[in-house]
Structures are given as C-alpha cells and as structure tokens.
Ligand binder design. Structure first.
Ligand code: SF4
Length: 713
C-alpha cells in the first residue's frame, strides 16, 4: 500500500509542507471528490519547519482539483483560425524542433524565446536554461517572476551583492518590529502572517507597521497603518531615514565597517522633513514620526514586502531604499531582523537559483559577467562564447518582438500571459501575430489556448518528482505520487527531448529528474546559493532544508540558517551598498481625464488566473465575481450605489465591474482583483487597463498603478 507522502504546496512562495495520503485508507471509506473520483487527502506537515503543520484554503483543497480540466494530449494547428487537432508527441516535438531550426537559420538564436514560470520545479527551470542559453545561444528565457519578483532580485543584488533573502521564518517569532510595506500578507501569504500575528499577540512590545494604500486584512491588526498615496513609498522611507539620522538612531559601527555610500543617503534625506513627507504621502507628520520611532527603538526590525513594492516603475529603487533603512540601523544579519522579500510563486526562488530570468545564469550568475559565462560554458562543455553576453528579452520585450515579427517561435510553459500581462489587449494582438506559439500547460481550457499553434500537456505537481525552494531558502523534495494525466509529461523532459532532437544528445542524457538536480547543484558549488550537498534522496530522507547547503556540511532541517551573520557581503570589498534615490512617483499619475489611480491585487482564496482555484466550490463561494472597490466619498459624488455596474477605463482599455463601496480604499483610488480572465468573466480583466511601463533596473512592469476614469454603465 502507498503511504502518506511529504511534499510542498504548489501554490505560493510561503512553501508550506504538506502530507498527502492515498484515497484508500484501511478501515475508512475511499476519499472521493464531488464527482466520485478518488482523491488524495491533504493536510499540513507538522515537521516541515517553514509551516509547522499549517495550511490555508488553497493548499488544503489542492487534492480536490489537481485532476480536473486537464490537457491530456498534444494538439496542433497550422494557423490560429483552424481548430486544434490531436497529434502524437513525436509529431508535436518534430514540429517544434523544425521551427527552431528554421528560426535559427532565418533569424538567428534571438528569434527563439521561452516564457516560463515559478510553477516549474527547479529541474524544469535548469533544463530550459541549458537548452536556450547554453545549446541555442540565446538568453531569451524569461519567467513570470518578471511580473512578481524581479525588483527584489535587482535590489538584493545591487545593495547586498547577490540575490537571496537573508532572513528566515523564525525571524517572524523573534522580531520586535515588523515593517510590512506593499504586502497584504494576511491574504496573500497567510501562513507567514499567522506566525507573525502570534508573536504580535503574545508579546505586547512587538510593533506591527503596515504601509498600504488599502486597508486590508493585514492592516487591521497593525499598531500603525500608514495609508499612503500610491507611488509615495520612497518619500515615506526617506522620511523615516531623515528622522533616524536626526535622532542619531544609527548603527555607526555597522555603517563604517560593513557599508559604502552612506554619505549620499544622508545628504538626500536631509530635505525629507516629516511635514513634507506627510503632505506627499497623504498621512500625518505624527504618523511618520511614530514609524521612525518604532524603527529606532526596536532591537530587531524585520521588513517584509511583496508586489506593492516590486510591481512599480521604480521597484528597484524602492527595494534599495528599504534596504538602506536596514543598513543604517544595522538591522540585518541577526535573528529577528532584515529585509525579507516574500516570493509569489512556489518555486520562483528555485527559478532564480537556476538562472530563470533573461539576465541570469544558474547559481546566481549573470549573463553580462564574462567569468560567469565562462564558468557555465565550461561546466556544460560548450564552446567558448556560446552563451551570449547580452541579456535576453524580458517578457515585455518578447511581446514587442512578436509585434515587429522578430520572433520565429514563442514557447510558453506553465503560465497564462493572456491574462497576467499588462495592457492585455495589446498582448493578445501581439500573440495573434506570432508565427508559431507553443503552449505547454496542465489545464484546459485557459485563455492562452486561443493563441497556441502547438499545445503540449504538462504533468502537474504530484505527477513528477522535483525540488522547490520557498521564500526562506528552504528546499523541499516534491515526489511523484499520482499517475500523470493522459499523455502529459514533465516539463523538463519536453525541453530535454527537443534538445536531443536538435542534436544535443550528450547535453540532455538525463534518465530522471534526480540526475538533472544532481547536475544543477554541482553548478551552485561555491556560490551563495550553494546546494551541492543536496540530492533528491537526501532531502526525501531528512526533510526540507535551507541553503546554503554545501557538500560535506548538510544543514539540520530543524535548525534555521540566515545569510550575512558574519556581516560580510558578496561584493568585491565585502561591504553592502547604500543607494540614494528620490521618488519619481507613478509612471502614469492621475489627471483631469483619468482622475483615479487603479491598483490591482489578489484575494485570499484565488490563485492567479484561476486555472485551479476557479474550480473549487468553496473558493468560488468566497470570491464569486470580480468587483471594483471605491470609497464612499467618491461614490457619493458620482451617485454610485453598491452593486452598480461601473466601467473602469484607462488609456489602453476598459473593464466592467460591480461597485463595492468601502472605506478600505482611499478616495481617489480604486481596486480591482487580477484573477478574472476572459474565460471567467466577460469584460472584467484588470489588465485591460494596466500599462507596461517598467522599472528601468528590474524591467518589472508597474501593474500596481495606472490612471483610470469611472463611469456608471
Ligand atoms: Fe500553500 Fe501558500 Fe497557502 Fe501555504 S500559504 S498552504 S504555500 S497557498
């Protein structure tokens, strides 16, 4: 009989440990879904140190949905106006290999592009990097982490010398001041919030500061909720820095011994007086002072952030300005403190480790760094110069390349850009121009199907074995315990098979995903994200562990690791870097024609574009339809009553949503959830309105804010 298996939740970056038990248990009725299909039971794994047995509604219901609406066979068509027809894997893979050959011959390597996902396991990511960046010589691999985490990646790398969150979840128990900015943790990372809340409730002296233009389930527990205007985060943080300098609440020894560039920050924050900051942010000077007081008086300050900071045209500047606060107060490299970015996808962290963005190579290396390219080329036994020295196309660059006919093949896997990208009507028009789009996906239908020439069925979590890394750098082995749906295959096997068809037989001579992981971890040896001591077998037997995990020194799964405890940073001189920024504000501020700021976001129960959660009754009951939140004052002025259908229009497009009148949102701002694509609700796509303008450093689009007007339909 199959026993209970341990794995990681495949939804969000909290990465909770799960236990899955087979449908049939001795002495019990077979566990079945509402249609009578036997399903695995899911509960939290008490021994997983990231989550200690807790799960939210998404993780708890994953067993009910993993088998529904599955894509089971490869399909193809020659043009998008034809119906898709079922084909064999051979026919589909040959067609892809032929199109890659044709593109290489006519457009060169940069005509090939792949857009992947933080839903990938590390083995999927790694194999895709080897295929595109190594074998084909193009860095055109980007992932949906571009929409989620790339500002955090850039901020960490520029300020601390490397990507990699320094903190651990244990810091949630130990901090005495949590500074949550641009994160609705209670809804989007609920198990992390539960743990922080427990500390906050138990220890009267622990302070919780929440910075968010919306009142949320997170802010309702805050000691101080700073309901700032969208786009004024840097003003606020520079204002806090101003007061810390003025009050002498600095760690001068840390600044002198472990950082460079403080003078520029000190100079720039001089003008950020509480009155000025309060006026720009739309809060009071007393609130700015109280936030600075909490920072300055606390022994252990832990900041956390997510999309509210990252999805911004100045995302990297925001992240670095936040890190400045930690560096000037020495609040890093010690328990209970540090700048902690919360990852969106379950394995976005593993993706970053495997080089899964257009400017990265495996092992936290960069394509622009000649030594890094050489190390990877030698490891892959490729000719010198094979890896391009130019960062590849980001996903938005790929959209533009399709518009101008510069892509011969666009390969999308495990993500749904026909809902999640900004300016979605423009994206759909670009997708219609693509001469050859491969869509590798587990679910059917999704909004992307309309744009696919080749559909490949991908095995899901639980149907393949691989590794995932969560937000606190904990690596969990996720075993296969269910039979793959239909003819579906693991993503990495598809990339490897196409590689072999293109002649890279030696490069993809993997027999299983354990061998892929074994190769990947050798490439991390000596890097910050060293996992060379890990293997499928080891982690399966001892349990999930945090990296660094170098060969010969395996961390204890019960113990916590943190980065920079020695206060040495992976920069040439071992010092962290301050960065001085003034705020540039929103890329598209409101004006007379478009007087509201639209902000978009997530709801507790749903996951992204709903390919799973939209099919769970309990979650659909929680969040039955899209809506637009509008403040009572704005509603009254416009004669809007609860439930009225409103058209929300930007310079790019419009959507229609029932009005939800609430003081959660400030006057002048409206909120729409991002989960509803064209398949789920008519004309209710949040991204019909958003724009693509992005942070110049991280290339992450400002999905969090655009200018709109509102009319009663
Ligand atoms: Fe899964 Fe995230 Fe919920 Fe944990 S918090 S159970 S990882 S969705």
């Amino acid at each position: 009989m199959v026993e209970t298996v341990k794995t990681q939740c495949p939804y969000c970056g909290v990465g909770c440990g799960l236990e899955a038990s087979p449908p049939a248990q001795p002495g019990r009725a077979v566990n079945r879904d509402k249609d009578g299909i036997p399903i695995w039971g899911i509960r939290g794994d008490r021994n997983h140190q990231s989550s200690l047995g807790q799960v939210c509604v998404k993780g708890a219901t994953i067993g009910e949905v993993i088998h529904r609406n599955r894509l089971k066979h490869p399909m193809m068509r020659e043009s998008l106006d034809q119906p898709l027809r079922q084909v064999s894997w051979d026919e589909a893979l040959d067609a892809i290999a032929n199109q890659i050959r044709h593109t290489l011959a006519t457009q060169g390597p940069n005509g090939v592009a792949m857009y992947g996902s933080g839903q990938f396991q590390t083995e999927d990511y790694y194999t895709a990097q080897k295929l595109l960046k190594g074998c084909l010589g193009t860095n055109n691999f980007d992932a949906n982490s571009r929409l989620c985490m790339s500002s955090a990646v850039a901020g960490y790398a520029k300020s601390l010398g490397s990507d990699g969150p320094p903190c651990a979840y244990e810091d949630l128990d130990l901090t005495d001041c949590a500074f949550l900015i641009g994160t609705n943790t209670a809804e989007c990372h609920p198990i992390i919030f539960n743990r922080l809340r427990k500390n906050h409730k138990k220890n009267g002296q622990t302070k919780l500061i929440v910075v968010d233009p919306r009142a949320t389930d997170t802010s309702k527990f805050a000691d101080l909720h700073l309901q700032i205007q969208p786009g004024t985060d840097i003003d606020l943080m520079n204002g806090i820095a101003h007061l810390l300098v003025k009050w002498g609440k600095l760690d001068q020894t840390f600044i002198t011994n472990h950082t460079t560039g403080f003078e520029q920050v000190q100079e720039i924050v001089t003008s950020y007086t509480p009155d000025k900051v309060a006026e720009r942010c739309g809060i009071t000077a007393a609130e700015v002072e109280l936030a600075a007081q909490y920072w300055g008086e606390s022994d252990r300050v832990l900041s956390m952030w997510s999309m509210g900071m990252n999805q911004s045209s100045e995302g990297t500047a925001k992240v670095r300005t936040l890190i400045n606060l930690h560096l000037m107060t020495g609040q890093i490299g010690k328990p209970g403190a540090g700048p902690f970015s919360l990852t969106g996808q379950p394995n976005a962290m593993g993706g970053r480790e495997a080089g899964g963005l257009a400017h990265l190579l495996p092992g936290y290396r960069f394509v622009a760094n000649a030594q890094h390219r050489q190390a990877v080329e030698e490891f892959w036994r490729l000719p010198a110069g094979r890896i391009s020295d130019k960062p590849g196309l980001t996903v938005w660059d790929m959209v533009e390349a399709m518009e101008t006919g510069n892509l011969g093949i666009f390969w999308v896997a495990a993500t749904n850009p026909a809902v999640s990208l900004p300016d979605i009507d423009r994206v759909k028009a670009a997708l219609r121009k693509s001469p050859f789009t491969v869509y590798q996906e587990s679910y059917f239908p999704t909004e992307m199907v309309e744009f696919a020439h080749v559909l490949l069925p991908a095995s899901q979590w639980s149907e393949k074995a691989g590794m995932m890394t969560n937000s606190e750098r904990r690596v969990t082995y996720c075993p296969q315990f269910r039979t793959p749906a239909g003819e579906s295959r693991a993503d990495w096997t598809v990339f490897a098979e196409v590689g072999r068809r293109l002649g890279f037989v030696r490069e993809f001579a993997f027999n299983n995903s354990a061998e892929v992981y074994a190769e990947f971890v050798r490439l991390t040896r000596g890097q910050l994200c060293d996992q060379s001591g890990l293997s499928h077998n080891l982690v399966a037997s001892i349990g999930a562990v945090q990296w660094p995990a170098p060969r010969g020194k395996i961390p204890d799964p019960m113990k916590t690791t943190r980065l920079y405890l020695d206060r040495q940073f992976p920069t040439p001189d071992g010092k962290a870097r301050f960065a001085a920024y003034h705020s540039r504000g929103l890329a598209e501020p409101p004006d007379g024609e478009f007087p509201f700021v639209l902000t978009t976001g997530r709801l507790y129960g749903h996951w992204h574009t709903q390919s799973r959660t939209g099919r769970i009754d309990k979650i659909v009951k929680m969040h039955p339809n899209p809506f637009v939140e509008i403040h009572p004052k704005s509603a009254e002025k416009m004669g809007i009553v609860e439930g009225d259908l409103l058209e929300v229009r930007s310079r790019r497009g419009a959507g229609r949503f029932p009005a939800m009148i609430t003081k959660r949102i400030s006057p002048g701002t409206v909120f729409v959830p991002m989960h509803w694509g064209a398949l789920w609700a008519d004309q209710s796509e949040a991204n019909a309105m958003t724009h693509e303008l992005a942070c110049p450093e991280s290339k992450q689009p400002e999905l969090k804010a655009c200018a709109v007007n509102i009319t009663l339909v």
